[in-house]
Design a protein around this ligand. Sequence first.
Ligand SMILES: Cc1cc2nc3c(=O)[nH]c(=O)nc-3n(C[C@H](O)[C@H](O)[C@H](O)COP(=O)(O)OP(=O)(O)OC[C@H]3O[C@@H](n4cnc5c(N)ncnc54)[C@H](O)[C@@H]3O)c2cc1C
Ligand code: SF4
Ligand code: SF4
Length: 460
Amino acid sequence: MNVVDLIVKNDYCIGCGVCAGVCPSNNLHMDWSDKGELIPKLNDSCKDKCSICLDICPFNNHPINQDDIAESLYANIPNINYNEYAGYFLNCYVGFHKDEEKRIKSASGGLASLFLASLLEEKIVDKIICVGNFGNEDRMFDFGILNDPNEVYSCAGSAYYPVEISRVLKEIIKEKEQLTYAVIALPCVVYALRLAMEKIPKLKKKIKIIASLTCGQLQNRYCTELLALESGIKIDELKKMDFRRKSPKNSAANFLQVATDENKNEGVPQPNQELPFFLWHYHFFKQNACNYCDDVFGELADVTFMDAWLPEYVKDYKGTSLVITRTPLTAKILKKWQHTSTIDVEKIIKSQSGVIHKKRTLVKGRLYKSTFSNQFFPKKRVLPDKKIYDKNKEFIELTFEIQKLSKKKWIKYRFNNSTDEFWNDLTRINSRIKRYTKEGKLQSLLKTPKLLFKKLSGMI
Ligand SMILES: Cc1cc2nc3c(=O)[nH]c(=O)nc-3n(C[C@H](O)[C@H](O)[C@H](O)COP(=O)(O)OP(=O)(O)OC[C@H]3O[C@@H](n4cnc5c(N)ncnc54)[C@H](O)[C@@H]3O)c2cc1C
Ligand code: SF4
Ligand code: SF4
């Protein structure tokens, strides 16, 4: 048995690439699936008795879970605190990069890039592993290994796009030098890395610091394509996507999504709150694995960065970051910074209340639905719950349907000159979406799909 037979076949793969990175026979490679997601594929049949890919997969069932690993990492640190959702923490911070240019180029307040660049500047690690656009034709975003703080700053921003870490892990495992690394990743990837570090001592020795981003969900690459086509850039001409362009005219939450074509022409900027609330809220293009994820705050990371989605900060278009530190080293680095102050953990929890509902409550209902069949499903820290399923049945079923349909239909229309036919073909979910709108304000998707898509701001 390997991850392809169990995890990919049952559609629980998030495409992290850790399995392909650590396979001792180099028997797995990461590639696009026909659903626009990254998955491991087999090069050859597996050697008997090897199960390392399954041992490190964040969506397989393991004898120890995230709570056990977090306890072994952080529980004995002096003055450590614990919160049900944030996990172990030493301190929480709010702030931004004091250099305004760097702050504006970042996703939130730029503290993640400042942290990673400081690790190089202060020689705490030799290299940084982070995500950027490295000009790879096949992957708009990818993990890369950097040793220059300026390169780290050039990777600022959020990649709402599938990325995988196999190439980087292979390089570190192969490397003879005793270099040290810090890596930034989403919570599921952090979990896979922690499991892999237990299996491969060389990785544990080299990866000195792990940073995480708080994570609500991940869309497949078709979502990026849809945003580009909405902005007037055709898929075969799409070169780049800036998911977090800031504008003085908008609040921090209404950032712009800007696609660029191969001739460096930019499409019409798409304001976040005028388009994707609809996309995000109803799970268009969402990867199935995210439905079974119960880690909001990257509880196994030494430090976690996120948006300050609180009314007092969201007004400032330049962006503000929130940070959770879990080790004395990460807390020491944060304490030194100007424009950063401590904040109560309850504020951090409040800033992510919607994500917590999705990943700690609704997941119980989805897990209950998984018990209907005899198929494999991942065990989580939260348990299947019939009451949650019954209470949220329509929303859970609706969003599963939208996920499936959006991926299937986009394949048919992705090379069109506009998104009209795609939206028209999705009319059968219209009546079900309407049930979830307040006082029927969301008018007929059937009649005006494109108009609806353009005018959602503030209506729901
Ligand atoms: C898929 C996804 C979902 C998210 N969901 C939420 C959420 O629900 N709530 C919330 O508050 N924040 C969420 N974030 C985090 C948020 O978008 C910002 O990344 C975070 O606030 C850090 O901002 P910053 O200005 O401090 O970072 P910056 O200074 O802009 O640096 C960001 C760093 O993150 C790295 N990075 C970007 N994309 C990825 C990726 N896909 N995988 C690994 N590393 C990456 C970059 O390489 C860079 O080093 C999400 C991010 C992603 C990628
Ligand atoms: S989730 Fe990650 S480790 Fe698991 S099968 Fe997918 S790529 Fe491999
Ligand atoms: S929601 Fe969970 S599984 Fe999905 S990308 Fe985020 S951390 Fe990974």
